[in-house]
Design a binder for this molecule. Structure first.
Ligand SMILES: NC(=O)c1ccc[n+]([C@@H]2O[C@H](COP(=O)([O-])OP(=O)(O)OC[C@H]3O[C@@H](n4cnc5c(N)ncnc54)[C@H](OP(=O)(O)O)[C@@H]3O)[C@@H](O)[C@H]2O)c1
Length: 188
């Protein structure tokens, strides 16, 4: 089992525009190869962790207030931990746990729930950074789109030097390229 940050990024390292738009990603033609890879990845996942902006984006983008069943279509029965200090809208019938517990505790709970499967950290970058600070991030899978935004939500606002990142897989799908890195232990 591993804790994996699986995400898409612009060429200049942003997850979303400053207004939280992902239109730049949907503007790129998607090839079936990458979608199959994503399906294989989600099959390997037993629990989800994300920050509240990511949750709100999913909630609004998929119109979960009107169509809560969409959550299950994407994430199945997997439990999800959403880090937040605020009250958030609830998705009816979904196992979503809003928390402001320390990330190490959230990670321990998500890992226990995932069992033999992986924990998918959806983002954003600061949540992933908090996990990386604790040495709790095992893998990065970043799909890069051919676009620069100049500003936005950063992919991973931390220093992870090249001696801690091992490139283990590269896949090209049309205009998109997916890079997988194993993350080594924290420096002593
Ligand atoms: N390109 C992609 O594939 C991709 C993937 C993921 C996300 N995204 C997008 O990228 C953007 C990410 O934005 P972001 O970096 O601002 O987002 P984020 O990590 O999703 O959310 C950040 C918020 O989470 C809460 N939070 C973070 N750490 C916490 C902690 N330890 N305890 C309690 N609450 C905590 C805080 O909000 P509160 O005020 O609620 O406390 C914080 O402002 C979003 O627009 C998202 O939709 C894109």
């Amino acid at each position: 089992m591993a804790t994996v940050y699986y995400t898409a990024s612009t060429l200049d390292g942003f997850l979303a525009t400053p207004e939280h738009s992902l239109d730049w990603l949907f503007a790129v033609e998607h090839e079936p190869g990458l979608e199959a890879d994503m399906a294989a990845f989600t099959d390997s996942v037993g629990a989800l962790v994300m920050g509240s902006s990511t949750y709100r984006w999913v909630y609004e983008h998929d119109d979960l207030a009107a169509r809560p069943e969409q959550w299950r279509e994407w994430y199945g029965e997997r439990p999800a931990w959403v880090l937040t200090h605020r009250e958030q809208p609830v998705v009816e019938g979904a196992d979503i746990r809003f928390t402001q517990a320390p990330v190490a505790r959230v990670h321990a709970e998500a890992t226990a729930a995932a069992g033999e499967r992986d924990v998918w950290v959806l983002g954003g970058g600061e949540v992933v950074g908090q996990l990386a600070d604790e040495g709790l991030l095992d893998r990065l899978v970043v799909t890069i789109a051919p676009v620069t935004l100049g500003a936005g939500a950063p992919l991973l606002p931390r220093v992870l030097e090249s001696d801690r990142l091992t490139l283990t897989h590269v896949q090209r799908a049309g205009q998109l390229v997916s890079l997988t890195y194993d993350v080594g232990p924290l420096p002593r």
